[in-house]
Design a protein around this ligand. Structure first.
Ligand code: DAH
Length: 340
């Protein structure tokens, strides 16, 4: 019997030595200690032995079983260590690997122009005022000298929530808010989205972006406005740019002007961009109407002001040669990523 057991232990030892993974170890364990394992069968045979032999053989077999178990556990630990070492080796981070390129976004062309203009005016002492996209009839029209039956309302039809609330048609409403809350001298700019009832085509959108400028002080004159506009045009389109003023009409300014700049593409010679005129329309402006000052409790005999409103979409289109306003709002990443 002892010989048989010694033989089993020897075999277990070599098999365990050759086992290279846990699966094989489980098989070895089953082969000797499982339900019908070799050692288990021998143990089951104990009951047939004589009472004198039983304890002796029992002790030998128990010892053999403990030995096999110990060998299996030992090997199990070795395999565990190996497995861990292998995982650590496989999972280590190679810090010399090249990084995946980051997807860096770009600023929207309108945002680029907006930021540039804000910086330009703030550096000249202007304050940036916030406005509301949902405005009241009073701030959008009435206070700006556009009474209910004024024909100018037709040209600026908008979306109404009710008789009073509407989507603003221009950023000019911020002029009123500013003059109500501050006393002259006032130098302010305000920018944001505005809305009009308009069919969408290459040059029209029911939503676009405006930039408002207002200066109120004693002795502010039309030549101050002209100087400001000239500098602005040069800032936007280059030193050679010249401006042209045409008489116009806005209810909130008197006199009112339309401002053109020499075409950035042909320098004023005439080309398809400027429709052969040499000029491109830039913005509307004028001297603040005395009624508007009065509506804001500012004495028109003491103070004067000038104001201007420009369309940022138009400027972006001219500056970047964008032919269709819809490109600005389609959200096409391939289009937008050109503007870095
Ligand atoms: N609000 C005008 C528009 O939307 C633009 C404008 C014209 C603004 C003259 C002004 C201004 O401040 O003085 O067409």
């Amino acid at each position: 019997m002892q010989e048989k057991i010694d033989n089993i232990i020897e075999r277990v030892k070599t098999e365990i030595l050759n086992a290279s993974n846990k699966q094989e170890l489980i098989q070895i364990n089953a082969k000797y200690l499982g339900k019908s394992g070799e050692l288990s069968l021998l143990m089951r045979g104990l009951k047939d032995l004589s009472p004198a032999e039983k304890p002796k053989m029992g002790a030998i077999l128990n010892q053999a079983r403990d030995q096999v178990l110990a060998l299996v556990r030992q090997k199990e630990e070795v395999l565990n260590d190996q497995e861990l070492a292998q995982r650590i080796n496989n999972e280590h981070v190679d810090i010399t690997m090249p990084v995946k390129p980051l997807q860096v976004g770009t600023l929207h062309p309108i945002e680029i122009i907006q930021r540039d203009l804000i910086e330009y005016f703030v550096s000249q002492g202007f304050s940036v005022m916030d406005g509301r996209e949902v405005e009241t009839d009073y701030y959008c029209f009435e206070a700006l000298n556009v009474p209910k039956d004024h024909p100018a309302r037709d040209a600026q039809d908008t979306f109404y929530f009710d008789a009073e609330k509407l989507l603003r048609v221009h950023t000019s409403a911020t002029q009123i808010k500013t003059m109500e809350s501050r006393t002259p001298p006032i130098k302010m700019i305000s920018t944001g989205r505005v809305y009009r009832v308009d069919e969408v085509d290459a040059t029209h959108s029911p939503m676009f972006n405006q930039f408002e400028i207002l200066v109120v002080d004693e002795n502010v004159t039309m030549s101050d406005l002209k100087g400001m506009l000239e500098n602005l045009a040069k800032h936007l389109f280059g030193e050679k740019t010249q401006i042209r003023l045409r008489p116009s009409y806005f209810p909130f300014t008197e006199p009112s002007i339309e401002v053109d700049a020499t075409c950035t593409h042909c320098g004023g010679k005439g080309c398809p961009v400027c429709k052969q005129t040499g000029f491109i329309e830039l913005l509307g402006a004028g001297m603040v109407h005395p009624n508007v000052l009065k509506n804001c409790k500012i004495d028109p005999n003491k103070y004067m002001g000038f104001a201007a409103g420009l369309g940022l979409d138009r400027i972006a289109m001219i500056k970047y040669g964008i032919n269709d306003i819809r490109d600005l709002y389609d959200g096409d990443v391939n289009f937008l990523k050109q503007f870095r």
